[in-house]
Write a protein that binds this ligand. Structure first.
Ligand code: SAJ
Length: 439
């Protein structure tokens, strides 16, 4: 099938779509294309996930406004069907791939899931089909891995028998549908015509800009935008450490710096979690690692990964003022998710802190209003503790009665890793208060 014919089938919504990987990226995409009028077949290795979706039930945890209802509707209408069988993709004109692309301890991309998807898709790939990788990948992966592997597994030639593109996802947990509809996307095609065909497809579900590009540009844009965020958070964290050393207040400094035109200093904090910002800088650096000196990206990662330990240091110093050693204390850690008002605990900085506290024989309690197993009453949990450490700025914590908290604590210590409170509030409550970035 030529791209003209494919574009015609896309414009009349008679193109049959396949989505490989029904997680928090693939599933909303499948639902939105089904809502737009396409017939969509979703493939996932997890039978329980497939069964849940075919029963009209969303397997995505956390609050995702509109997703459960949309899924139930498109499944009931018969526009979305899911399966564990790649064979069911044999008549798809377009297939998107949204599988995990982690990095290992040595920061090397692990493409096991991507390779497996390409290997299983090849033999059933329909001639003339358009394959779009939505997973975040290191620049150069489309050329070095995806294209050759798909040609090998299908016995077909790219840009002749099938077409290839990369449209990196820009979803954010908690706003999956809103972001998919309202955030611009880069449509990186192996050829300009492929990029235009991708734009015609995504126009059915995206109301924001759809920017044509080649594949390597699309790979770079996604990994750069997250490396950019990581480096800027690291800058804020390093300024926080400097402020502590020279007796400044980074929160005041940040507020005033951002009054200067063209400045937008991010927030310092107790660390950087999640699986986007912690991973994508390494994907960006991977291909160029042995070709040019890459210094800023690893340095920023080291600064951010060092913040939980810095919070530990602040806690030790503050306990010392109260004549306490870590090993004889009970510490309440507030927040286990990696992000405020989220239940996502991937790469949680709190996990790092709790592990170190236990290494130092402190007794550790962890609270989080969103994470099952960590919910409870903060003041009740604080009873008899020697200190509270704020690791996540959940809205609930900003409303804590600090006087009641002080009354519950054996030693009235609060270490604030997120600027959840102000020094004045803490002082009025009679707390011994340390805030990251405040000398
Ligand atoms: N963090 C700071 N200081 C800041 C901002 C964040 O310490 O100023 C910490 C957070 O506490 C968290 C981590 O960094 O532990 C990541 O926070 P994030 O707001 O970047 O949230 P993520 O990890 O969900 O990032 C996603 C990314 N989206 C995609 O990859 C599609 C990122 O590009 C978005 O900018 C971000 O969501 C967003 O803005 O919501």
């Amino acid at each position: 099938m030529s791209l003209d014919f494919l574009q015609q089938r896309i414009s009349t919504q008679t193109a049959r779509l396949g989505v490989i990987g029904l997680g928090y990226v693939g599933l909303p995409v499948a639902c939105l294309f089904a809502e737009a009028g396409f017939n969509v077949v979703g493939v996932d290795l997890k039978a329980e996930r497939v069964n849940a979706i075919n029963a009209g039930i969303s397997p995505i945890e956390g609050r995702e406004p509109g997703l459960a209802e949309l899924l139930a509707t498109v499944v009931a209408e018969g526009r979305l069907h899911t399966t564990t069988q790649y064979a069911d993709l044999h008549d798809c004109d377009v297939v998107t791939i949204s599988v995990e692309t982690p990095v290992d301890e040595q920061h090397v991309p692990q493409y096991v899931a991507l390779r497996s998807a390409l290997r299983d898709l090849g033999p059933v790939l329909q001639s003339g089909a358009l394959i779009i990788v939505e997973s975040t990948i290191a620049p150069g992966t489309m050329a070095r891995l995806v294209k050759p592997l798909l040609e090998e597994s299908s016995g077909k030639r790219a840009n002749v028998d099938f077409y290839l593109g990369h449209c990196p996802e820009r979803v954010m947990p908690g706003k999956l549908l809103a972001n998919l509809r309202g955030v611009s996307r880069v449509c990186g095609g192996e050829t300009p015509e492929t990029a235009q065909t991708m734009i015609a497809l995504y126009r059915h579900i995206v109301q924001a800009d759809l920017d044509p590009a080649d594949c390597v540009t699309a790979e770079l844009v996604k990994t750069v935008e997250n490396a950019y965020r990581d480096v800027n958070i690291a800058f804020a964290n390093e300024v926080a450490l400097i402020c502590e050393a020279v007796g400044g207040d980074v929160w005041k400094v940040r507020e005033l710096v951002n009054k200067s035109p063209g400045r937008m200093m991010l927030y310092p904090g107790a660390g950087v979690g999640g699986h986007c910002i912690t991973k994508d800088p390494w994907l960006l650096a991977y291909e160029a690692w042995n070709k040019i000196p890459i210094r800023l990206i690893p340095a920023a990662r080291a600064v951010n990964d060092g913040m939980p330990l810095h919070i530990l240091k602040l806690l030790e110093e503050t306990l010392e003022i109260a004549g306490k050693e870590l090993e004889e204390t009970r510490i309440l850690v507030l927040g286990y998710a990696y992000l405020e008002d989220s239940d996502d605990t991937r790469n949680s900085p709190s996990e790092v802190l709790a592990t170190w506290l236990r290494e130092w024989s402190a007794e550790v309690l962890v609270h989080d209003p969103f994470v099952p197993g960590y919910q409870g009453n903060v003041l009740a949990m604080a009873q008899g503790c020697n200190a509270v450490v704020v690791m996540v700025k959940h809205t609930e914590y900003q409303n804590i009665d600090l006087r009641a908290l002080r009354a519950a604590l054996t030693t009235p210590i609060v270490v604030d890793g997120r600027g959840a409170f102000s020094a004045e509030q803490a002082q009025r409550a009679g707390l011994i208060y340390r805030r990251v970035g405040q000398g």
